[in-house]
Design a binder for this molecule. Structure first.
Ligand code: PCA
Length: 224
């Protein structure tokens, strides 16, 4: 068996958020933690937890990128109410918080980065990721909005950084995951997905991001 030289292997930074909005768990971190150290398509996953705080989340992410110098950066977040794992297509330059973050801040209608572009597209192969997740038996669809809370904030800051500083080889983007069954059990009617299925899906998505150079062109949206 051929052994991967771990030290020389490309690094994948996979972030998840701490719990927020009075929740005790955040599936995005549980998934990232479960995949920490995993080898996927020759890359090694480094999990990093981000605070659910405007500004501080970006600082923590930037420290991780400096430390690990990854070739792939995928940030995860919870989107309660969604039934599928959803790679996000676009990050917008807008903070507009519906609720305060974990530090009590609630920015309204302010840019993530002043005098910067209105939006960035993900540089992940989002449709190939959806295809490979579906082939693995995991509900998945492309999303066209990451919202305007801390998830979009981190996503925008990541894409702004990659567009300006990193070499053209570094790919990055954001994926929203559904609530866990134990979270949905508190709110009648909320869709959910078990942790093992989420981990299977994100593993497939990372595999696609590591192996697919040019995205496929096919419909990959929600059924409704
Ligand atoms: N979801 C929130 C922030 C942290 C998280 O996991 C969001 O969608 O913005």
């Amino acid at each position: 068996m051929e052994m991967t030289d771990i030290a020389a292997a490309p690094r994948i930074v996979l972030t998840g958020f701490e719990p927020f909005d009075q929740d005790r768990i955040n599936p995005s971190w549980e998934v990232a933690r479960a995949l920490d150290g995993a080898q996927i398509a020759g890359g090694v996953v480094h999990a990093l937890q981000l605070p659910c705080v405007f500004g501080a989340a970006v600082e923590t992410l930037h420290q991780g990128l400096v430390q690990w110098q990854p070739s792939l950066v995928v940030c995860l977040g919870l989107a309660g109410g969604r039934a599928s794992i959803m790679p996000e297509r676009v990050a917008i330059n807008m903070d507009d918080a519906r609720i305060p973050d974990n530090a009590g801040h609630q920015p309204i209608d302010v840019p993530v980065v002043r005098d910067a572009p209105a939006a960035y597209f993900s540089t992940l192969p989002i449709k190939a990721m959806v295809r490979q997740m579906r082939e693995a038996g995991v509900p998945a669809a492309v999303s066209n909005t990451a919202g305007t809370f801390v998830c979009n904030h981190v996503f925008y800051a990541l894409m702004h950084r990659l567009a300006r500083r990193a070499g053209p080889g570094v790919r990055g983007g954001f994926i929203h995951v559904p609530a866990l069954p134990q979270q949905a059990a508190q709110q009648a009617g909320m869709p959910s997905m078990g942790l093992e299925v989420q981990v299977l899906g994100i593993r497939a998505a990372l595999h696609a991001a590591m192996t697919v150079q040019h995205d496929v062109h096919e419909t990959a949206g929600q059924l409704h």
